[in-house]
Design a protein around this ligand. Structure first.
Ligand code: ADP
Ligand code: MG
Length: 629
């Protein structure tokens, strides 16, 4: 922490903001001021968080509350002094909390925030809540901010003050102050409006109506009125909630700036009693692929906030979902540690997942274009769920999975749609794994399938390597990789017609295969005549039951495999180069030509070449010869 401290007097300390904090302050003051209303949303949101925290702590330590048991957030205006005060009786902060939370921004968030800001105020403003820099928005309207706070259960109070100019001071506060935090904004000249009841009331209605605690306004005459309903949004009747209210709640609960793509508000009654209000974002959260794979649906028990991060109420492959679940059945004193192994939680989770999947199914049916956007954002994350062998909802999940396929790489289809389009005699689901639909379509592996009009599912997400190894069939149709050796792409009569090989041809083929096996001994498992190649001379395939090649490369890179397995080389007898080789296996360069064919099979598959310098020597030798002739 880059906090410098110089003693002024016995208790007063002057500190310097961390470098990034200063940058954020500058940004707030100089470029985001056109959207300054949001300061109130941020400060009320912090006050609400503080009340939530104390309410949770008080479950095990009721003495923290003393007689002050009703949480509330008060806004107090003073037109003479041109100040607006935001006061809460939440958990409060001691000196260390103030330094840690108000002096430096949670370091992880800060840099990310700065990296993400684009210089467009409209977009940047959306990022404030997301990155935990909300407190600093106070400086958009105030040229001085005073924070007085008393932490629940502690005696001392502290006063924090800053003009947003790079420094702040902390002092002990010896006057009367009750539990919680009082933030006084010394308003800038152009921010007088924020002492006006109508102005403030409008902002609270717009942004903070959903807050579960009463928010009141007291004007300069001392008259107090209520500004919000003071009941958690999810407890209200669905029909009484507007789209805007849902959106504001989403922004609050998700710390997000986008709009929810889908809002799911449900009340379950019966054996399990709970309310869930869940949102699917329209853009992926920035930490979606963070190795922690943190889930963030908040768990409440009878309106009391219990926990947020990695609660088992939502599976990890739904970690992009934001929102709350409020249970009536769980005990209030449930500890965060025992949450993971709670049966009731698992039951609720199961119900919630079923509900989400059925809603996604509906959406795919009723608004495919919109569903496709969702799928492009979160499909890869969802497919992680297919790898969880114990998940009871795995089959349902696969049913809503969408894939690109060789018939039309731009269209996302379900496996049911794939099966519907299958010719009668096809009983397998063919798939190809690769880095992009384009490269897969250009791959020799697909030549035969494309020629025969057999559709192939194109799998290009990394997670695909894994789930195809755990789910072997869908609706009694086996999944079969196109890279499996011995795969029969042509299942029709034509194959038999082709089988009219003459005795001499058969002998030549046998000799060629024997020769190539010998030439490539130690490098290939086998050499076979391909049934799927139509225009390329060669391709690689894996043995029946062998691991898919991309998966193997992944495990090799992770050092989970010591060495690559040997592949099968498939050759296309119709190709001129292969024909030439067949007629010339006694020539001097026949061995090298075999090796070159094998090299190119490796290259096109993304496998590494055995010896790159030998390869270039060989390659150049053939080039020279071609150029000379
Ligand atoms: P965030 O709310 O995302 O953490 P903020 O910049 O809004 O980021 O607030 C920073 C931190 O300051 C909060 O996490 C909290 O620890 C502390 N804080 C802010 N306001 C209050 C308050 N009214 N009561 C207690 N703590 C507060
Ligand atoms: Mg905040």
């Amino acid at each position: 922490m880059s906090t410098k401290t110089t003693k002024k007097k016995s208790t007063s300390e002057k500190h310097q903001f961390g470098a990034e904090t200063s940058k954020i302050l500058q940004l707030m003051i100089h470029s985001l001021y056109a959207h300054k209303d949001i300061f109130l949303r941020e400060l009320i949101s912090n006050a609400s968080d503080a009340c939530d925290k104390l309410r949770y702590n008080a479950i095990t330590k009721p003495e923290l509350l003393k007689e002050d048991t009703d949480f509330a957030i008060s806004l107090i205006a003073d037109t003479k002094k041109n100040t607006l005060t935001i006061k809460d009786n939440g958990v409060g902060m001691n000196k260390k909390d103030m330094i840690d939370n108000l002096g430096t921004i949670a370091s992880s968030g800060t840099q990310k925030f700065l990296d993400k800001t684009k210089g467009d105020p409209k977009e940047d403003i959306q990022l404030i809540g997301q990155f935990g820099v909300g407190f600093y928005s106070a400086f958009m309207v105030a040229d001085k901010v005073t924070v007085i706070s008393t932490k629940a259960g502690q005696k001392k109070s502290y006063i924090w003050e800053s003009k947003g100019d790079g420094n702040y001071t902390i002092d002990e506060y010896n006057e009367e102050h009750t539990r919680g935090t009082t933030i006084t904004l010394h308003l800038r000249e152009d921010a007088e409006q924020f002492t006006d009841k109508h102005r403030v009331s409008h902002i609270v209605k717009t942004y903070s109506d959903h807050i579960s605690f009463p928010v009141t306004f007291t004007d300069s005459e001392g008259e107090t009125s209520n500004l919000n309903e003071g009941a958690a949004l999810w407890t209200r009747n669905k029909s009484a909630i507007t789209k805007e209210q849902y959106q504001e709640f989403y922004k609050h609960v998700a710390h997000a700036g986008d709009e929810p793509w889908m809002t799911l508000h449900n009340k379950a009654e019966g054996t399990l009693e709970y309310t869930s209000l869940l949102f699917i974002p329209s853009t992926p959260p920035f930490d979606l692929f963070h190795p922690d794979r943190m889930t963030r649906v908040k768990l409440y028990v009878k309106r009391v906030f219990i926990a947020e991060e990695n609660v088992d109420i939502i599976p990890q492959h739904f970690r992009f979902i934001r929102g709350i679940v409020d249970s009536e059945d769980l005990p209030l004193n449930i500890s965060r540690e025992t949450l993971q192994h709670n049966n009731l939680i698992h039951k609720i989770r199961n119900n919630i997942v079923k509900k989400i999947i059925s809603e996604l199914k509906k959406k795919a049916k009723n608004d495919k274009a919109s569903f496709d956007t969702f799928w492009n954002n979160f499909g890869a994350t969802l497919k992680e769920g297919l790898c969880e062998a114990v998940d009871a909802n795995r089959e349902n999940l696969l049913e809503i999975c969408h894939f690109r396929s060789s018939h039309d790489k731009d269209k996302l289809i379900t496996l049911d749609q794939y099966i519907e389009q299958m010719p009668q005699d096809q009983d397998k689901i063919y798939y190809a794994i690769g880095d992009s639909p384009e490269s897969l379509l250009a791959s020799p592996q697909l030549e035969g399938f494309i020629k025969k009009g057999i559709n192939v599912i194109l799998l290009t997400d990394h997670v695909d390597d894994f789930w195809v190894n755990t789910m072997h069939e869908y609706k009694e149709k086996d999944f079969v990789s196109v890279t499996r050796a011995g795969l029969d792409a042509d299942q029709d009569e034509e194959t038999k017609d082709n089988d009219t090989t003459s005795k001499e041809d058969q002998e030549e083929q046998d000799k060629l295969i024997a020769f190539m096996k010998d030439a490539l001994s130690g490098k290939v498992l086998d050499v076979v005549i391909s049934k799927k190649l139509t225009s390329s001379p060669v391709c690689l395939s894996v043995q029946e039951g062998g691991m898919d090649m991309r998966m193997e490369r992944f495990l090799l890179a992770q050092k989970q495999l010591a060495k690559p397995s040997l592949k099968v080389l498939e050759i296309n007898l119709e190709h001129p180069v292969v024909k030439h080789l067949a007629h010339n296996i006694t020539s001097d360069d026949a061995k090298e030509l075999s090796e070159l064919l094998f090299d190119q099979a490796c290259i096109i598959e993304g496998e590494s070449i055995y010896d790159t310098s030998e390869f270039t020597t060989r390659f150049n030798k053939f080039l020279e010869k071609a150029l000379a002739s």
